[in-house]
Ligand binder design. Structure first.
Ligand code: KG4
Ligand code: ZN
Length: 341
């Protein structure tokens, strides 16, 4: 089976070609530089940029995969959740391709696809479903923070999610307070690597809450009050590094503790993680340490597959095709608020 997959839910225009679990090509045209000037993603600009880039990226992906259109067995695209006009560009292009080629079309839930990106690895990347096992999956990005129990392939249940800000949003907003460029997560990661995580004590929101929900807006606010009361921190490179390390440690401790606790409760032996924040070095390291201590397996999405990409969309669509899941309608509309069940 050979599929072409499109992802345009936010600010990455991505197209992948997947054949029998192998990612033959996965191209991502990132718009980060375009939005950086505004300090965040501007939805209308994102949609226009997708419109400009999608077809060239799709042509380039087919070329890189050495696949002609006639060889495609199905087309897939992210149907939601995401920015409405951004989703619209990818979804309608995919449906048009499926219509012209007379092939099945799959509208994919972006979060469901994230659940499978940790199973794709290697160069060239291959989806290793032979190794698949029930897991608790942490999806942690700029828009979302959630824990999902993946009972088996294509069967999952959301355990909890953030009730306010996502972890990535917290990284980005704290970075903005300090005056770091957007997106702030990688900048905080970089500065934190040379800082003392015990220098300042920040709250660990909902850490003691037995449920699987998260909350990060209070942490962002406490960083704001901290800077109001200690403006001198902004004048010292060392104090700034310590601040970044301390805030990062608070976010990471909450994510790791709750993921491990959920895995224990669901009686799974494996934790997986994906989403942009999974690029964070401290999160990767602390998850590894905790999983070793708790005798749990850990599958982290490769850094290039943590952020939004069409490879995960294609891999999930191929599993659906193989499992004979009903194809989506060519009239199906975008679902910007499509919550994972
Ligand atoms: O998954 P993603 O590319 O887009 C969505 O939000 O859907 O995630 C982007 C988020 C941003 O908030 C960014 O700051 C964060 O991931 N991020 C990081 C790191 N790399 C990206 N946060 C902390 N440390 C990083 N190294
Ligand atoms: Zn995502």
């Amino acid at each position: 089976m050979t599929l072409l997959a499109i992802e345009t839910s936010c600010d990455e225009t991505s197209v992948a070609v997947v054949r029998d679990g192998r990612v033959l090509a996965s191209l991502v045209s990132s718009q980060i530089k375009l939005h950086a000037e505004y300090g965040g993603v501007v939805p209308e600009l994102a949609a226009r940029e997708h419109l400009r880039n999608l077809l060239p990226v799709a042509e380039a992906a087919l070329d890189a995969a050495k696949i002609s259109r006639d060889e495609l067995d199905a087309i897939a695209a992210t149907q939601g959740p995401g920015l409405p006009n951004a989703l619209l560009v990818g979804l309608k292009a995919a449906q048009a391709m499926a219509f012209v080629l007379r092939k099945p079309f799959f509208g994919i839930n972006h979060h469901e696809a994230h659940l499978y990106s940790p199973w794709i690895s290697g160069a060239p990347p291959v989806a290793d479903f032979g190794a698949f096992e029930p897991n608790v999956s942490l999806i942690v990005s700029g828009g979302h923070t959630m824990l999902v129990h993946v009972e088996s392939e294509l069967k999952h249940r959301v355990l909890g999610a953030t009730i306010d800000d996502a972890a990535g949003e917290c990284f980005d907003k704290v970075a903005k307070l300090i005056g770091l460029p957007y997106p702030g997560g990688p900048e905080i990661d970089r500065l934190a690597s040379q800082g003392n995580a015990k220098a300042y004590d920040f709250p660990r929101p909902m850490l003691r809450d037995a449920g699987d929900d998260f909350s990060f807006s209070g942490l962002k606010t406490s960083a704001r009050y901290f800077l109001r009361d200690h403006p001198e921190v902004l004048e010292s490179a060392k104090a700034l590094r310590d601040l970044c390390a301390s805030v990062q440690a608070a976010i990471v401790e909450v994510l790791v503790t709750k993921a491990v606790r959920a895995a224990r409760r669901q009686q799974v032996n494996c934790i997986t993680a994906s989403g942009g924040v999974t690029c964070n070095s401290a999160l990767r390291q602390e998850l590894a340490t905790a999983c070793r201590r708790e005798n749990l397996k850990l599958r982290l999405a490769e850094r290039s597959l943590c952020t939004d990409n069409a490879a995960m969309i294609g891999v999930l669509a191929e599993r659906k095709l193989a499992a004979r899941v009903e194809e989506s309608s060519l009239d199906a509309e975008i679902m910007p608020g499509w919550a994972l069940a």
